[in-house]
Design a binder for this molecule. Structure first.
Ligand SMILES: Nc1ncnc2c1ncn2[C@@H]1O[C@H](COP(=O)(O)OP(=O)(O)OP(=O)(O)O)[C@@H](O)[C@H]1O
Ligand SMILES: [Mg+2]
Length: 510
């Protein structure tokens, strides 16, 4: 008997200026299966899913739903066919509440009146049922990235979609949340929903998917049954070579103090309780200090305070012996502070600028890039960007002149990492530096971070990934409810112990 697929994408080709993002790709999704889509940064995964969701019209190819050819001209068509998508970069209205975002476009009305109470109850019931905790009345601009993600998922469940596309949903979730999401996906599949799941984390794919299709540089490589494959085979299919999963590093040789934070207090935007309370620590030259913790325990605000994105309510910061407590952001930059931000769109890039202009955002006023008369040295900027693109393997359609917005998420991230490391900072503050990167790129970035340390720089790493924390850090500071509750040595501690501190079940001196 011939199998009918829930969705078939046949011979899809989609071109962008300078690049064939999808080159004759075929993807078949069975009803009730969890189908993973794997590929390097820029391989064409999001593009393919955007074609299915009606955001792009392919130049060639057809889409079938339940065996019948369908036209998907826009997301409304997709929605009418029961196709929903959680985007890699959320599409939420920042100044609206969580609830308003979820019901937008499908607001329940009676006699022309919005039935918000009804909608609110449905959202609360769904969030209860699937363990997706959100505050329906909070404004999106005030909530954590994790909660924004959960809002996106609820949006799709609220619309009762039956084909669910998750474009890197776990990139911003904590390990516990990821476990929960995996269970949610299993339940949804058991209810008969068909799921397309993009992830760079091979463990997740191994644990949740039934099958996995692999793309490389816009081309279809193959589809495998998860039961018959391994992590190593998947990464080989994807990158075309073997990937090392362990970080090699020598013991740290810490020198002088680079960063000293004394009694930092940062107010919270959403609560009356301060987000960061009386936090003190140092980062020395030649060491990687990691702030570990569950998302939302003040790490974000701590970094805002250190980098000058938010004012401090109290405390003092010195960088290489100089007081920078009141210094503006540019001053901190020129004094040797680099920052790979948590939210790459909000604080990392100007999306409508070209890649080359983004590369010199904090440096365009230096003699290397501007003439005495005040004109930008375009050629110098282009050459500089070209070098970083080459060195960090930043892939895009048109090289230095590519508009940042059009680049794949992982390549945007690689561009930021390249810029911040290449500034040759005294202190590198890296927040989730490998979020959304493929396994090959992670291997490279980890090596670069260790190289920074070995070159005598101070590195402050903020990460939600326990594996990353354990692999990279020389010292671990655990943050819980705005305070540092423990300092651990990665060589002697275990993931379990770390987890106890992160959950607030254990603290130093208690
Ligand atoms: N709107 C667009 N305009 C121009 N080029 C685009 C556009 N969208 C994507 N591209 C290009 O198409 C290629 C594939 O991008 P896509 O976003 O599909 O990659 P991806 O596999 O999702 O990567 P990642 O893992 O980094 O998210 C990239 O080189 C990207 O620069
Ligand atoms: Mg993508």
């Amino acid at each position: 008997m011939e199998q009918t697929y829930a969705i078939e994408m046949l011979n899809i080709t989609k071109r962008f200026p300078g690049i064939v993002a999808n080159d004759n790709i075929t993807l078949q999704l069975k009803k009730g299966e969890i189908h993973a889509l794997l590929g390097e940064n820029g391989a064409g995964k999001s593009t393919l899913m955007s074609v299915l969701f009606g955001l792009y019209r392919p130049e060639e190819g057809v889409i079938k739903k339940d065996g019948k050819v369908v036209e998907i001209r826009d997301p409304n068509d997709a929605n009418a066919l029961g196709i929903g998508m959680v985007h890699q970069h959320f599409k939420l209205v920042e100044c609206f509440s969580v609830l308003d975002n979820i019901i937008m476009g499908v607001e329940p009305c009676k006699h022309g009146f919005l039935q918000k109470a009804e909608a609110r109850e449905k959202v609360l019931a769904l969030s209860e049922k699937y363990g997706l905790h959100v505050d329906p009345d909070a404004l999106v601009e005030d909530i954590t990235v994790g909660m924004q993600q959960r809002t996106e998922i609820l949006k799709m469940l609220y619309r009762e979609n039956e084909i669910l596309i998750f474009d890197e949903p776990t990139a911003v979730l904590t390990p516990q949340e990821i476990e929960e999401l995996m269970q949610i996906m299993r339940n949804l599949a058991a209810e008969g929903k068909s799921i397309l799941f993009i992830s760079h984390k091979l463990n997740e794919i191994m644990s949740v998917a039934d099958r996995c299709s692999v793309l490389r540089k816009g081309k279809y490589i193959g589809t495998v049954d998860i039961r018959d494959t391994t992590r190593e085979e998947l990464s080989r299919m994807m990158v075309g070579r073997d990937v090392e999963f362990v970080v090699h590093k020598e013991p740290a040789k810490p020198g002088k103090t680079i960063l000293a934070a004394e009694g930092l207090t940062v107010a919270s935007k959403t609560h009356s309780k301060d987000a960061v309370r009386n936090v003190s620590f140092t980062v020395r030259a030649g060491e990687i200090v990691c702030i570990a913790g569950i998302d939302g325990n003040g790490q974000t605000e701590l970094v805002y305070g250190l980098t000058g994105l938010e004012p401090l309510k109290g405390g003092k910061i010195t960088l290489d012996g100089q007081d920078i407590t009141q210094a503006p952001i540019r001053k901190r930059n020129t004094m040797g502070m680099s920052h790979i931000p948590e939210d790459r769109h909000k604080h990392g890039l100007v999306l409508d600028y070209t890649l080359e202009d983004n590369m010199v955002l904090q440096r365009y006023f230096e003699p290397e890039f501007v003439s005495k008369a005040g004109f930008l040295k375009r050629k110098a900027i282009r050459d500089y960007a070209g070098r970083l693109i080459e060195q960090y393997d930043v892939r895009s359609g048109q090289g230095p002149v590519t508009v940042a917005r059009s680049m794949s998420g992982g390549n945007q991230q690689k561009a930021i990492v390249a810029r911040e490391i290449d500034k040759d900072p005294e202190l590198l503050i890296a927040v989730q530096p490998t979020r959304g990167l493929d396994v090959g790129a992670i291997e490279y970035i980890h090596k670069q971070i260790v190289a920074q340390r070995d070159a005598g720089k101070g590195v402050l790493l903020v990460s939600l990934e326990l594996d990353e924390v354990m692999a990279l850090s020389d010292r671990i500071l655990v943050m819980y409810e705005g305070e540092i509750v423990g300092e651990l040595d990665p060589k002697t501690t275990t993931v379990e112990e770390l987890g106890l501190y992160m959950a607030g079940a254990k603290r130093e001196g208690a």
